[in-house]
Design a protein around this ligand. Structure first.
Ligand code: HEC
Length: 119
């Protein structure tokens, strides 16, 4: 086999192996600090520019605050957040209200958080 092609294939397989590991890590029973870390690294950067302008402070919209790990944890785990962000932008109750639908990648990040179990 052509050396260069071989190199590319091996590299690709290594990449796939890494991807699979991340997937397994997320699905295994996690330490709760890992869930919080996932929030800080992945979820917070999505909610901050899109949601907290309305969902924070002393009287957050809909009574839902999305600016701390604890409040976000319950809002996402209840399924409410996924329900709203998966609606189409012209549907009633769509979130972010008045904004653009989150990207497929960002919705996936929230979906992952919803599925994460820890102990
Ligand atoms: C421009 C202001 C605004 C923005 C930005 C916004 N929201 Fe909202 N949100 C509201 C208002 C007002 C309500 C209450 C009315 C309703 O339930 O639709 C609400 C309600 C909700 C509810 C339902 C709360 C409940 O339990 O009744 C959820 C969940 C929610 N928003 C999530 C989000 C998420 C996630 C984002 C970001 C992707 C977001 N919102 C961005 C204004 C906003």
């Amino acid at each position: 086999m052509n050396k260069k092609l071989q190199f590319i294939i091996v590299g690709f397989l290594a990449f796939l192996a890494c991807e699979t590991n991340v997937e397994e890590d997320l699905n295994a029973a996690l330490d709760c600090s890992q869930v919080e870390e996932y929030y800080t690294e992945n979820v917070k950067p999505i909610l901050e520019p899109n949601c907290t302008v309305c969902h924070s402070g002393s009287s957050p919209s809909g009574g839902v605050s999305l600016d701390t790990y604890t409040t976000v944890y319950y809002a996402i785990k209840s399924g409410e957040v996924l329900d709203r962000i998966q609606r189409e932008s012209d549907d009633p109750g769509f979130m972010p209200s008045g904004g653009q639908k989150l990207s497929v990648e960002n919705i996936f990040v929230i979906q992952k958080f919803f599925e994460m179990e820890c102990q």
